[in-house]
Design a protein around this ligand. Structure first.
Ligand SMILES: [Zn+2]
Ligand SMILES: [Zn+2]
Length: 255
């Protein structure tokens, strides 16, 4: 069984919705694997609400180095230190992930990296690489964004989840997203093209072109989110091809 929890669905500076951050809970053969997708500055309290147990998160994927996607990692790790975590944690992302997280830790809580009483392991997943985290296959592809952003695909049994991070789709991300069970895409504006960002219409085309079963729109511009919800209400299913949803914070999906 695989559960997706949309801990936060907001963009960087939204006062109502915490930064986009998604928890993937995978249950297999009696064991549970918890992977967190992005952890921004306003997302981290959502993580604590959903998963108060300091041992439960196994891995964090960071799509790119904008604060609303990775600045929640230092407080998360330091709270785990406070609460006596012992289990290793794996932080995954693009080339340079270790240096960036170490720097962020040093700025936020100097000297704490050495004091953590649990191992922090770093794994780079560059486009073209295939990494296994337990039984789950992970691959990445580069989006078009103002900072280098990698979209992630997780294959777990016959379920495939694609998460864009921030950015406009590229041919590479479309290739990676083929036949996803769930396509989670940043959709900053409804239709207005902004360099380096996705749109609702672009995400809908991507879901159709990739043969994805469900599309979840996240990271919608704060003044546009309500309008997007209103405009999409009557649609929900696009020509019977895929289901479209605009998840709320803490909304869950069982796949
Ligand atoms: Zn962002
Ligand atoms: Zn960004």
């Amino acid at each position: 069984m695989l559960e997706v929890v949309f801990l936060g669905v907001g963009e960087a500076f939204d006062e109502k919705n915490p930064n986009t951050s998604i928890l993937i809970r995978i249950q297999e053969k009696g064991a549970e694997t918890n992977i967190l997708l992005d952890c921004g500055f306003s997302a981290v309290p959502q993580v604590w609400k959903e998963i108060p147990d300091p041992e439960e998160i196994d891995s964090i994927w960071i799509s790119h180095f904008h604060g609303d996607h990775f600045m929640g990692v230092p407080p998360l790790l330091v709270r785990y230190w406070e609460e006596g975590r012992k289990k290793p944690i794996t932080i995954m992302g693009q080339k340079g992930i270790k240096a960036k997280i170490t720097d962020a830790m040093e700025i936020a809580y100097p000297g704490f990296t050495e004091r953590l009483n649990f191992p922090v392991e770093f794994v780079e997943i560059e486009p073209g690489e295939e990494i296994y985290f337990r039984d789950n296959k992970l691959r990445s592809a580069e989006n078009e964004h103002s900072r280098r952003d990698l979209a992630l695909r997780i294959d777990s049994g016959d379920i495939a989840i694609f998460y864009s991070g921030d950015g406009r789709p590229t041919q590479e991300t479309k290739n990676l997203a083929q036949n996803s069970t769930l396509l989670i895409h940043e959709s900053f504006r409804f239709e207005k093209e902004i360099p380096g960002h996705g749109t609702v219409l672009g995400s809908m085309s991507m879901a159709r072109d990739t043969g994805s079963e469900r599309l979840a729109l996240v990271h919608i511009q704060r003044d546009e989110r309500q309008k997007v919800i209103e405009r999409l209400k009557p649609i929900q299913y696009v020509k019977g091809i895929y289901q479209i949803l605009v998840p709320e914070n803490m909304e869950r999906l069982i796949l």
